[in-house]
Write a protein of this length. Sequence first.
Length: 724
Amino acid sequence: MIPMKTYLSTAVVALLLSACSSDSPVEVAGPDNLASRALTPIGSAEDFYEALKTGLKAQASYYGTSNVVFEESAVDTAADSDSSTTSDGAASSENETTSTNVQEQGVDEQDWVKLAASGDELYVLNSEYFYDYEGVPELVDEGPTFSGRSSIAIPQSYRSELRILNLDAQTPDSSSAIDFELDLSGRYAQGFYLYESGDAASVYVTASGNNYWEYWGSSTAFSGADSLITQVDVSNPAAPSISASFEFDGQIVSSRRIGSHLFFVSRYYPTLEGIEPWTQSSADWAAQVDSTDLSTVMPMYYRNGDTAGTAMVDPSSCFVADSGSDSSYYSPDIITLGVIDLDTMDMSDSVCFLGATETLYASANAVFLATTQYDYSSGPIAEDGREIDVESDELPVDIAWYDPRVNTDIHQFDIDSGQLSYEGSGKVNGHLGWNALRKPFRMSEKDGYLRVATMNDQQGGDNSPILMTVLKSDGQGSLQTVSTLPSDNSPTLIGKPGEQLYASRFVGDRAYLVTFRQTDPLYVIDLADPTNPSTAGELEIEGYSDYLQPIGENHLLGIGRDAYAAEEFFNGALVLGVKLSLFDVSNPAEPTEIQSVLVGQRGTNSNALNDHRAITIQAATDAHPMRLSFGIDVHGASDAEHPSSIEEASNWYGYSFSGLHGFDIQVGADAQIIPRGVLRVDSTDGYGYGQDRSVMVNDALFYIKDAKVYAAHWDDLANASPAR
């Protein structure tokens, strides 16, 4: 077992590294001579505790704030980089079934809906938030409160259950086998995995008990957080039973399943009894840290309710890393990358470092952890890149006083039969964006090369809004930059001024990138020679794509929004309804849009625009083309047209209905998108917003809206079964 990474001021790093190791950070080739964040082994438990103390003391002046990215959420992120179909790696069956839409084939992602490989059982996880009023006195008339009952603290918790339904693909219909209550000790169920091996089948529910997502930029928000992985034996779907549990200190950031191993990354902040850094003077806080035996506040894990815990990490094997900047912020969290053997529910290996991480991307060969670094502490910068000394240098009139530098650290851990080995670290210019579920899609590993698309923090002029960086391990602890875009050989800027990166997808030796501000430029990046990539072509159309799905070698499907471009609108365009675009990419130099389909008018929304797992794809066969389905909350008319004027585009349309929309995606000589209809659902509250998923078994489509299940035949989506 081993620990993970640090974000220290230059002075703190110098102190730690001088105490822990004489090795200096490896320099990485590429723009700005970026220094690698090579993880340096601590060497001993004593040095680890000294490093942890130094980081904790530094927080007294910064109220627990670290310099990690401030993002909306870090709940599990996440189809397929090198294939036209997506799969979570489930066993095959005689039935034609779908599985969770994932980024990498063979790398499963947790979700709240899973389908058995046989197509006979459907598993739906339901977790509801509630106030526990039992034992809380009624409020004597003190006016309305948020709860409507009492102004005193009311315990808050979650109820969770696993619904197991039997599916009848012939009718089609479903029936409830059992609603199995899960005892997660009030924790929030993030999602689950379904692992089938022979006649055995188990569900693995991940749950956490801290509302950390509101304070993702503060390490102290993780104080007291704990997580749980519960194994439910569903070999007999009518009689499930909890067979094992794995409880541990810290918050699950993300996870993936590869075969019989579950890889997870957790974030743990040590809690010192009776004192917090923001309530104390620096001297008092430092005294408390010095007087605490930090070995007593290390993260532990507990199997099957054991009270005697086991250390998650070995402090003598921990890593520490230079922050690479003059920032004095330091997050003394303990990040653990752990591996659980799903057959035994034992932790087969773990790696850890001091610091923070926000994104997990996994290929079949390696796990990559990425963290955005914001540095706003720099002074004015001269043309040669030298930081100007404001005390002695003469300042140019037009120089910027601050040069915000945003970079992304990446650490690679190779995996082999459930074992981890640290391969190296690198750094790229720019950041992965703000959407937690899109961040992993910015990375792709192929043939030992890591391809990374980032948004450039330096805008305007000759700066490319989007950057492409290719990294490769040098075998000595560094992920070296082997190429970048734009480059001297391919100087075309990726994106136009003010544009951001929306959809990104790596498919074999190509990357497809969608930028947007007013219109949708689709860029095709040629990565066949990773040492010399190039921008092969681009296409500019109305709207943009949030998600890209490869279909064979020559076609690409985009799911996103229509937009009306006009400078009168904020950001230069007004976002409208949902848009599907079918692209021909057979000639990468001249990609074309074959067809587009618009659904709904302004106000229309879909979970599929933010979560790729809300999209269901049934691969093409000799009998039918590829089938695609996802839920849409329609505003205005369902069969929409692009507005012809600013006045028409500016209209806001009221809610109409919610439902699962089906499409045939046909390629070849007669390539087209064919709408197949809508499985509508009732909306008792006047609007249809809520989580949804769908699965397919042969020609039967099952729509899960919140925890209710509807069924219909692909050829008759309007004729659905009642909610089950």
